[in-house]
Ligand binder design. Structure first.
Ligand code: CA
Length: 219
């Protein structure tokens, strides 16, 4: 796991770097807001909010705007307002100086667990009578479970992730068969036919001639 440590206090940063490296983290260091924003992408940012060249809160906001990274804000005891503001603009958690490694490790573990959960969760797609639970790999029609083969499920899930949009045959081959080439040119058709047979409403999977298939959202 790659961590960006943003801390202008060289002594604090040095001690943290040693402790984090010992725990197996791949560590990058930044001493200023500018360095923090110029750093390559990481999994987690430990962000001191009191930086010499700018506001740590601004750094936090910018990192959050760029995408999905776990951020733990680090503040001094007196900066309670910053703590709250930090959480509001996208920090996942905070620690207050001085803190021990055990506390920091517990925060890191909690934040990374949460990040892993939200990355893994895909939710469910409901189309007419069908509910495709992409986390549980379950498909129900009006509440009754439909038993699908692995490929039938993968095919339906690939369509459900883009429900309402046309998914090309090539995309399906790549998503479901992890290839753009399979022996029989009819492989996708055959699986679509068997899937339709099990869905109750065969028209749910619409053929878009010459292009691919669409899971209809207007049924
Ligand atoms: Ca500082």
């Amino acid at each position: 796991m790659r961590v960006l440590l943003v801390e202008d206090d060289v002594r604090v940063a040095g001690a943290l770097e040693t402790a984090l490296r010992r725990r197996g983290y791949d560590l990058l260091r930044a001493g200023t807001a500018a360095e923090a924003l110029a750093a390559p992408p990481v999994d987690l940012v430990l962000l001191d909010l009191g930086l010499p060249d700018g506001d740590g809160l601004e750094v936090c906001r910018e990192l959050r705007r760029r995408g999905d990274v776990a951020i733990i804000a680090v503040t001094a005891r007196a900066e309670e307002r910053d703590r709250i503001a930090g959480l509001r603009i996208g920090a996942d958690d905070y620690v207050v100086k001085p803190f021990g490694m055990a506390e920091l490790q517990a925060r890191i573990d909690a934040v990374m667990r949460r990040a892993a959960r939200s990355a893994a969760r895909q939710g469910a797609v409901t189309v007419g009578p069908l509910t495709i639970d992409l986390d549980a790999h379950r498909v129900t029609s009006d509440g009754t479970e439909i038993s699908l083969t692995r490929k039938e499920y993968d095919l339906l899930a690939a369509l459900a992730r883009r429900a309402g949009a046309v998914v090309t045959r090539d995309q399906l081959l790549a998503d479901v068969w992890q290839t753009t080439w399979v022996g029989s040119p009819h492989t996708v058709e055959v699986h679509v036919a068997s899937l339709r047979g099990k869905l109750g409403d065969p028209a749910l999977v619409q053929t878009v001639r010459g292009v691919g298939y669409r899971l209809r959202t207007d049924r």
